[in-house]
Every structure is written in C-alpha cells, then in structure tokens.
Ligand binder design. Structure first.
Ligand code: PLP
Length: 432
C-alpha cells in the first residue's frame, strides 16, 4: 500500500510527538475518515477494520444514531464540570443492565475506573495486596503494569508466576503488593490466597483474557474464582473494559453467571467516546460518597458528548440483538478460518467471544498466558504483513485482540476470509 502522506507526516512531526503517535499501541498511519467497518487514511487507502478502536467500537464507526445524539446534545453548550440529568440516566441504564451494579459512578477511561476499583477495595478491607492474572492488562498505572506480557524466562514457574515489572518509571516496590496467578488455575489461586491470608484486598481479572489475544475461561473457572475469593474475604473485581456489553448486555458476569463485587467498564459503553464506569455492591460504592474519606474526582467524569453517545449506544445494546450478531459472525469467522487453515495445512488456532478474536500459530490449546506466548511470532508477523497488504487493518502484536462490530456483515466476513487465506498461504510458504 502507498503510504507517502503518512510517512511525510511522521517525518515532519516525529521531533514533536515521539514516534508520531499518542499511544504506543498505535501505528503512525493517519486517518481522515471512518464509517461502518471501514477506515480511510490520508493516502486514500481503504481498510477493513479488525482493530475497531481496540474493542471500543461495537456498533461500527460513526453509527448514525449515536452521531445524531452527540450533535444534538452538544448544541446546549454543556461540556464538563457540571452534573446533568443525562449523567444520572446513563448511570441508571448501567444499573439496569449489569447484574452486580447496585451503584454506579462514571469516569473517562478504563485505567481510571480500575484505579478507583482498587482504591475502594483497599479502603474497604484495610489491606494492601492485589492479585492479578498473568497476561491481563488493566491500564497503564503502577499496579496494572505488572506481568502483562512478561518474558516467561524471567517470570518463574507457570503455576506460580513471580511478578515482573512491565515498564520502567514505576515504583520498584510495586511487585511487593501485586501477586500474580495463572489464568484457569484455581489451585494456584488457592495456594496464593492461603499464603497471603488477611493481606489481600482484591483480585482483579479479565473474565476473558483479551489482552493476551483471546483466552476463554474453562467451564466453572470463574465460579471457582468467586468461591475462593469469598472464602478468603477478598473482593473480586471483574475488569469488563472489553467484555462489557459484548458478551451479553450485562457483560461477562451475565454470560458466565459469576457475580463480582466490583466491575469496570469503558470502550463499548459509548461506542468509542471516552467514558468509563465503576459499578458494584452498594456497601463498597458508598465509600466513594461525597464527604467520606475516599477521593472520587475527575474534571471530565461524565463529559457530555460521551454521555450522549452512551445513552443511545446502551439503548441499542440492551436487548441483545447486537451481541447475537457479534456472536454469530464471530463463530462463523472461526469456522471458516479453521477450514482454510486445514486446507492450506497450517497449524493455527482461533478463539473468539462476542466478536473479539485472535489467531495463534500453534497447535497447543490456549488456556493461559504461557500457552499464548508460546505461539509462533514469526508466522504471525508474516500473516499480519500479508493480510495488511490485502487491506485488513490488523494489529502487529501477536498477543493483541481483534474484533468485529455490528457493521461487519457477510460481505465483510468474505473479505476477511479472502485475506486470511492469503495470509495462511504466506505462512505455509514461510514455514516450508
Ligand atoms: N482494562 C482492560 C481490560 C483494557 O483492555 C484496557 C485497555 O485496553 C484498560 C483496562 C485500560 O483502559 P483505557 O485504555 O481506557 O485506560
């Protein structure tokens, strides 16, 4: 693909904006228009989007009803810093949709909502430690930046991982208060809880580990996590920043029937507008009430354009039609990919939930982070380069999650599969 204009922009602005991007998870390709399932960059290239704003876009880009609500709502001049009836209505929508949401408060990003959840958990229990799962991502603050994608050589045994700092610039003693467990391994969790009795405030988990691609919980695993955390008096936080509203109108907690104490939402809540929420048990959420000791602030909390988007988006997500479509096309994508991979003769696995999917070049079943990161990175790189050339917008990260929206239909599936076929053939040629 021709990328002259993007390259020129990068060359001009790299000295001002490091790398030419405002998030290290983005590529320096500059866009001027998006609609439905498609993107157009400044060079005039058209892409079929499989990244969908890192999972934030659930209805498709520029959903007309969302866009109209935002335009209309903005005409009264409200932006931030004042409450409005709309902020209460959106909270009520969330309360009605999410099984565990006795109370709700808004924030702007997933990171903020998770930070608040952990503050509430520490304040409630008076304990310091947090348990997180190896391979899960919960944002870019200190505790979240432990063992996201650690080098397995440096992170101890698979069933007893040691916490590894993910980035420079965070407190070295962060690893003293963050314990790490493998996904889908209740025995390891119980050992960790037992060894740290009365010290752990909360366990935080992505109910489906989308930040290592797409790792599904094994039957009964989340129920066991719920049972064990309850047994040890540890609060359970579901990070539903991606699973929220995709797997079911009430998120993963509705689909899997495991009810957390607190949960965090963002991304699909407002179809890509910046809004997040912390939801949970009344006695926990009450700690954030004005006048109590726990600070709950944020100039941009409940900003008006995002509220307008959320009120329409949530209305559309409430009856399950969108989720049914995502599940159907997600499953069809998997079936068709598996058929192509078998025909071409490449060992690959594909997993999906709610239209979020990832492909791993391995024949090993993916049950946890160690399985995911043992997949062949070079084959993924070849696949990525080939499908990108065919006009798919994908991520170069072999542990990234991809996704589909309500705007992806049969025609888009056909295009994706055509590109995937070419990608598989390139991998076959590469593997020899
Ligand atoms: N939690 C999960 C599961 C996420 O996937 C992300 C972002 O990708 C976050 C938290 C952080 O959200 P944000 O990027 O809005 O700060």
């Amino acid at each position: 693909m021709k990328n002259d204009k993007s390259t020129a922009l990068l060359n001009e602005y790299d000295r001002i904006v490091p790398g030419g991007v405002h998030s290290n998870f983005r590529r320096p390709v500059y866009f001027k228009k998006v609609q439905g399932a498609y993107l157009w960059d400044v060079d005039g290239n058209e892409y079929l989007d499989c990244v969908i704003n890192n999972g934030a876009c659930i209805l498709g880009h520029g959903d007309p009803q969302v866009a109209a609500a935002v335009t209309e709502t903005m005409s009264n001049g409200l932006t931030v810093g004042l409450e409005s009836e709309l902020s209460l209505e959106v909270a009520k929508q969330l309360h009605e949709m999410i099984p565990s949401a006795e109370q709700v408060r808004l924030a702007n990003t997933g990171t903020e909502a998770v930070m608040k959840a952990l503050m509430v958990a520490r304040a409630f229990t008076g304990r310091e430690k947090i348990i997180k799962v190896e391979g899960c991502y919960h944002g870019w603050f200190d505790e979240a930046q432990v063992s996201v994608h650690p080098d397995p050589q440096e992170s101890g045994p698979a069933d007893a991982p040691i916490p590894v700092l993910e980035t420079s610039g965070i407190r070295h003693n962060t690893t003293e208060s963050v314990l790490v467990v493998p996904f889908n391994n209740p025995e390891s969790l119980e050992r960790t809880l037992e060894a740290n009795k009365d010290q752990v405030a909360a366990m935080i988990i992505e109910p489906v580990v989308l930040n290592s691609g797409c790792i599904m919980p094994q039957p009964g695993y989340l129920a066991e996590v719920r049972r064990l955390t309850e047994k040890y008096g540890v609060l359970l936080v579901f990070d539903e920043v991606i699973t929220g509203f995709r797997l079911a109108p009430g998120g993963a907690q509705e689909l899997f029937g495991a009810v957390p104490d607190l949960s965090t939402f963002a991304k699909a809540i407002a179809n890509g507008y910046s809004l997040a929420a912390l939801a949970g048990r009344k006695d926990l959420m009450e700690l954030t009430r004005p006048g109590r000791r726990l600070t709950y602030g944020g100039t941009y909390n409940g900003q008006y354009s995002a509220l307008a988007a959320a009120s329409v988006c949530l209305r559309k997500l409430k009856d399950g039609t969108v989720q049914k479509h995502l599940d159907t096309i997600g499953r069809t994508l998997c079936r068709r990919f598996e058929r192509e991979a078998a025909e071409v003769g490449v060992k690959a696995r594909i997993y999906q939930c709610g239209g979020e999917f990832q492909i791993y070049f391995t024949d090993r079943e993916i049950k946890d982070y160690r399985d995911a990161c043992s997949a062949d990175q070079d084959s993924y790189r070849i696949f990525f380069e080939t499908v990108s050339d065919k006009g798919l917008w994908m991520s170069a990260g072999y542990l990234f999650h991809h996704g589909l929206t309500y705007a992806h239909g049969e025609a888009e599936l056909d295009k994706i599969i055509t590109a995937f076929r070419a990608g598989l053939e390139a991998v076959r040629a590469f593997q020899g």
